[in-house]
Design a protein around this ligand. Structure first.
Ligand code: SAH
Length: 354
């Protein structure tokens, strides 16, 4: 099925070009961005600063909505998981994580994922297709409708389902829309893109804007990383870290965030903790340690708290900035690595009527 054109597939520049080629004045594009992203109006007929004739012409060609909320669940800690349906009935997930002064939204970039990381639920689904730009930005639009009147989505992390760098064109266009002051207007430093290590694509992403780069590291040796993050066989640690050292855009503005999921008996030894500072030397960075979340069929679990504390302390004593994250939304399977469209059976969550 061919999808009809969607206004949310376009950054302002791209929409202007499209309009000019179709005989619509270029300045109309900015008016439409304002309606879509500042005012949250998706009905073209309600865009009252366009002539009635233009509204009718545009509405006959363009769609403005790309995903609908199918199900919303709220965790005891306030985290909300949204199951979103695309027009062709694919399900993806986005997670709203409320914090003291901000709401962070974790968004998906693909239906499923091809990378098959051994401890990640999404990896077990296999890959179905890339999301379009409209499907990526519309996750933010749906999430904005679900936070309080005087609240908004202040931070976006590309850490949901999929590998953003394997859908780079759509991801870049969605970021252009997010950071354009005439559209969503988020500061680039409020956006984080996480990659499992698609090395040849990192420089292109990071050259476009001073967003944050997160790298899913998860191991201190190639032998262990080959198993946990299979793309390591193609782009091993020395290649990945070599690129981060050599591309000055990577760390010129912001440190790299390394994510390290702690898996009991697999990557949680003191020797591993001692290796990390040397492995990452000369890369301005922060280390996020994430206790493994379990998911149905998964065979890994988080180490005991004292093991994780000792691991964090050892990394810290090696001279690195390190945080041990606490998991959010685990009771509704919304935590890292649990996004796989499974029906939740957790007793502590409430389903929100939509
Ligand atoms: N493909 C990208 C974007 C997805 S981010 C990437 O790999 O970076 C997915 C994040 O979820 C990763 O940082 C990973 O650390 C985390 N994750 C995956 N499975 C997990 C699990 N079982 N427990 C805790 N974190 C997990």
């Amino acid at each position: 099925m061919k999808h009809p054109a969607n206004l949310k597939d376009h950054s302002l520049e791209s929409l202007r070009e499209r309009f000019v080629s179709e005989g619509v004045p270029a300045y109309r594009a900015a008016q439409i961005m304002n309606w879509l992203y500042k005012r949250g109006t998706e009905d073209i007929h309600q865009m009252t600063d366009l002539s009635v004739a233009l509204r009718e012409q545009l509405a006959s060609v363009w769609e403005t909505r790309a995903v609908d909320v199918r199900k919303a669940e709220r965790s005891v800690d306030g985290t909300q998981k949204l199951a979103l349906a695309t027009k062709d009935e694919r399900l993806i997930e986005a997670v709203i994580i409320p914090e003291a002064k901000r709401n962070t939204l974790c968004i998906s970039t693909q239906v499923g994922c091809a990378l098959a990381c051994d401890f990640c639920a999404t990896g077990t689904m296999g890959f179905t297709r890339n999301l379009t730009t409209a499907e990526i930005v519309d996750q933010v639009c749906r999430a904005k409708e679900r936070v309080g009147e005087d609240e908004t989505i202040s931070n976006v992390v590309f850490m949901g389902m999929g590998e953003p760098l394997l859908n780079l064109a759509a991801v870049k266009e969605s970021i252009r829309i997010m950071i354009d002051p005439r559209a969503m207007g988020l500061a680039p430093r409020r956006i984080t893109v996480s990659t499992a290590g698609v090395v040849p694509k990192i420089s292109e992403l990071i050259a476009m804007a001073p967003i944050n780069l997160a790298v899913s590291l998860h191991a201190a040796t190639n032998a262990v990383r080959d198993i946990l993050v299979p793309i390591n066989k193609k782009f091993p640690l020395e290649v990945l870290l070599g690129l981060l050292r050599s591309d000055e855009n990577v760390t010129r503005k912001r440190p790299v965030f390394f994510e390290y999921t702690l898996l009991e008996g697999v990557n949680d030894s003191i020797d591993d903790a001692k290796r990390l500072p040397g492995l990452l030397r000369d890369i301005p960075c922060k280390m996020n340690l994430i206790p493994a979340n379990s998911h149905p069929g998964g065979r890994y679990q988080a180490p005991a708290q004292d093991v994780m504390d000792r691991f964090a302390e050892t990394v810290y004593n090696g001279g690195m900035r390190v945080t041990l994250r606490r998991s959010r939304g685990a009771d509704i399977a919304a935590a890292c690595g649990q996004l796989a469209n499974t029906e939740t059976t957790a007793g502590t969550s409430v389903e929100i009527p939509i």
